[in-house]
Ligand binder design. Structure first.
Ligand SMILES: Nc1ncnc2c1ncn2[C@@H]1O[C@H](COP(=O)(O)OP(=O)(O)OP(=O)(O)O)[C@@H](O)[C@H]1O
Ligand SMILES: [Mg+2]
Length: 314
């Protein structure tokens, strides 16, 4: 088996009920080693609860899961030492400084003193909070606390990384450098599970995405696969100058449907970039004068809205 085919996480019938509320409802899911996996869903869908079970912060009501072969229920410590977690909410000990938070975490997971101090300094510098190293975390801004949460999760260089809304509240510049870092981690073989309400974050980072609602996975696939199955597709609209005989565009393989109304030619297409070039080419050959063109690409947001009836960021 190649690394990509090996399973980093296997989940079978995993369920969590809080009294009568079933927050996670019999989920079956495998995540490959080295995969970048996204969990999308409206507020209350069960994303955090699923992650909390996988990282040993809450006990499943039913079902089974393994992380790199270690069972989360029968071997919770074994499973936990392989993972890094960026939780959705801040959970620092208020009395500790930023640097202590990192080094204590390293110590808790058995890192030697010198190693954990070097790693803490490296992460404080990378996350641009070095000048706050000796500041107690109650005095950090929201964005700085978020950076510290990420730093803490990375201290042990985990093989599996859970990111529960890791970029909420961080500025745009840092968000992009975090994306670069997450990509590099994936490049070096880390398996990453991300929840986010930023659609562009999921689209640009994730190999596969699961859309959750009411504790269940209601769609699963690569961003492109999900967009194709949503039925909305990409739309190309071209405004034509004057009356012309429009060439047949349906023979272009990327064109699904084409229609003409009020001087505008519209086409539903699969690959928008390729289709646009081919359509313009045909129009030019037929001497059709194009005044303007507008391309609307299908987004995961459309898929999400269609499946859940809700906006991703409510
Ligand atoms: N400790 C708890 N006790 C009771 N109910 C809980 C508890 N934790 C979560 N829930 C409920 O479980 C459901 C799922 O919550 P969860 O935090 O997993 O959602 P989420 O998908 O992470 O949402 P968000 O996008 O808002 O972070 C919600 O209805 C929530 O109120
Ligand atoms: Mg959550």
């Amino acid at each position: 088996m190649t690394p990509a085919e090996r399973k980093a996480i296997t989940i079978t019938g995993l369920t969590k009920a809080f009294d009568k509320l079933v927050a996670v409802d019999r989920i079956d899911l495998d995540i490959g080693e080295g995969e970048f996996f996204g969990l999308l869903g409206p507020n209350g869908a069960g994303k955090t609860t699923l992650i909390r079970m996988l990282v040993g912060l809450c006990v499943p009501t039913a079902g089974k899961a393994t992380i790199l072969g270690r069972d989360i229920v029968s071997d919770p410590y074994g499973a936990r030492e392989l993972v890094g977690v960026v939780p959705q909410d801040f959970n620092f000990d208020d009395n500790l400084t930023a640097r202590d938070i990192l080094t204590y975490h390293g110590g808790y997971f058995g890192m030697q003193r010198r190693e954990r101090e070097e790693r803490a300094d490296e992460l404080l510098a990378f996350l641009e909070i070095k000048e706050k190293a000796n500041t107690t975390c109650t005095k950090l801004s929201g964005g700085m606390k978020r950076r510290l949460l990420i730093g803490r999760a990375l201290m042990t260089r985990p093989q599996v990384l859970f990111l529960d809304e890791p970029t909420t509240g961080v500025d745009v510049q840092l968000r992009h450098s975090l994306w670069d870092m997450f990509r590099k981690m994936k490049g070096s073989g880390t398996t990453i599970i991300l929840t986010t309400h930023y659609i562009e974050e999921a689209e640009s980072l994730c190999d596969r995405v699961a859309i959750m609602d009411y504790g269940k996975i209601i769609a699963l696939g690569s961003p492109d696969e999900l967009k194709k199955t949503s039925g909305s597709g990409n739309l190309i609209e071209i405004v034509i100058t004057g009356a012309h005989a429009i060439p047949d565009l349906k023979t272009i393989p990327e064109v699904v449907r084409v229609w003409w109304k009020d001087g505008t030619l519209s086409a539903r297409v699969t690959d928008a970039d390729i289709a646009a070039i081919k359509i313009l080419d045909r129009l030019r050959t037929a001497n059709v004068a194009v005044r303007s063109m507008h391309v609307t690409k299908a987004s995961l947001e459309d898929v999400f809205l269609k499946l859940t009836g809700r906006e991703l960021r409510e």
